[in-house]
Design a protein around this ligand. Structure first.
Ligand SMILES: *Cc1c(COP(=O)(O)O)cnc(C)c1O
Length: 369
């Protein structure tokens, strides 16, 4: 056994197979979204595992792009939210691909570049968080042509409701985007729109490339499951203490759980300081010996308490699964997030820096194309 109080295991082979499955089913290029430490999975090992399959990587921030370049990643890296003119040199120097959504930033990039810079333009078709408004996009792109060191190599948009059952607004956005493409007509740019939900559920959004994050990690954002994905992350912790409560006695801060009768409990070495949501106080569930056991009382910063059944044979050091499989039972990220009143994205990205990531499964990254 390992000697961690808590750790996550990342199956890099699963991530690689998920990416292969996505490419095989969409038959499009793959822009692999590895922002926020690859959704908590560990950005450098995940990116390396995807080499030879992903055609491009996408990160949220300039700093995330720089980290990948420093780790020796040579593939194109799209920075989805690069908009501060002050950061232009941080983009140009390591050769990152910026996202352009306003003139000032484009102008700044052009001014400091010595060679041609490849950039993508984000068209706002209704997500309304950034991007060039779709009714002005064609004109904006023509104006960008006057910047001689800037080469627009990609055009994208982002869908606001692809994970909802009602896809009508998705098609409104796709039509707006298509009208911009129609107006430009010259082509050549890499056109992309599909996040994970649209990759799974809206083939009309696939254009030249899909741009998923969540599904790479084997988590479904929608009910539609046209392809089989493998969850890549298992989160474990270990028992730190076993005790019992007599009838009427409370447990943890505020004594919010009171034992209805003599009750055995165990302390698990996991808390909100590790990113385990405090919202799971009196609401979470863990796997011990393949059985589901409830969190009782408040989740603390470093530990939580679970209620045992009288027959449970549990000792200090035993393995507890928080997310993933144990024997025949499984807690999916989705079910976990639901109990915590949030979404899988938030759970994965909140797994703390105090939790070591252990990478397992060798894979071959010889080119598969
Ligand atoms: C995060 C993000 C994605 C990936 O979203 P998923 O739902 O994880 O697939 C794609 N595009 C943009 C612009 C994003 O911000």
């Amino acid at each position: 056994m390992d000697n961690y109080r808590t750790h996550v295991e990342i199956d890099l082979g699963a991530i690689r197979r998920n990416a292969e499955t996505i490419k095989a089913s969409t038959r499009k290029r793959l822009i692999a979204v590895v922002k926020a430490n690859a959704y908590g999975h560990g950005v450098v090992p995940v990116t390396k595992a995807l080499q030879g399959i992903a055609d491009m990587f996408a990160v949220a921030t300039v700093e995330e792009g720089v980290e990948l370049r420093q780790a020796g990643v040579q593939e194109p890296i799209l920075v989805l939210f690069s908009s501060l003119p002050e950061q232009a040199s941080l983009i140009v120097e390591p050769g990152l691909v910026p996202t352009i959504s306003d003139w000032k930033f484009a102008n700044r990039l052009n001014a400091i570049a010595s060679d041609k810079i490849s950039a993508h333009v984000n068209v706002n078709t209704g997500m309304n968080r950034y991007g060039v408004h779709w009714t002005e996009a064609a004109q904006f792109l023509n104006r960008l042509k006057t910047l001689d060191r800037l080469a627009v190599k990609g055009l994208f948009t982002h869908l606001a409701t692809a994970d909802e059952t009602d896809k009508s607004y998705v098609f409104v956005q796709i039509e707006r985007f298509a009208s911009v493409l129609e107006e430009l007509r010259n082509g050549g740019e890499l056109v992309h729109a599909a996040n994970s939900a649209a990759t799974l559920a809206v083939p009309e959004s696939h254009f030249d490339a899909v741009r998923p994050g969540l599904v790479l990690y084997g988590v479904y954002p929608v009910a539609e499951r046209p392809i089989k994905l493998e969850p890549a992350l298992t989160w474990k912790a270990r028992i730190g203490w076993v005790g019992s409560l007599s009838e009427g006695e409370g447990v943890s801060y505020g004594l919010t759980y009171k034992a209805p009768h003599q009750t055995r409990v165990a302390m698990v070495q996991i808390g909100y300081g590790d990113g385990y949501p405090r919202a799971l106080s009196n609401a979470g569930e863990v796997l011990i010996g393949g059985a589901r056991r409830p969190i009782v009382g408040r989740v603390c910063m470093d530990v939580s308490i679970v209620r045992l059944e009288s027959m449970d044979n549990v000792s200090v050091g035993d393995e507890v699964v928080l997310i993933g499989k144990q024997k025949d039972s499984e807690i999916t990220v989705d079910a976990f997030a639901h109990r915590a009143g949030t979404i899988s994205y938030e759970i994965l990205t909140q797994i703390g820096t105090r939790v070591p990531r252990i990478f397992k499964h060798a894979y071959s990254n010889r080119k598969t194309r």
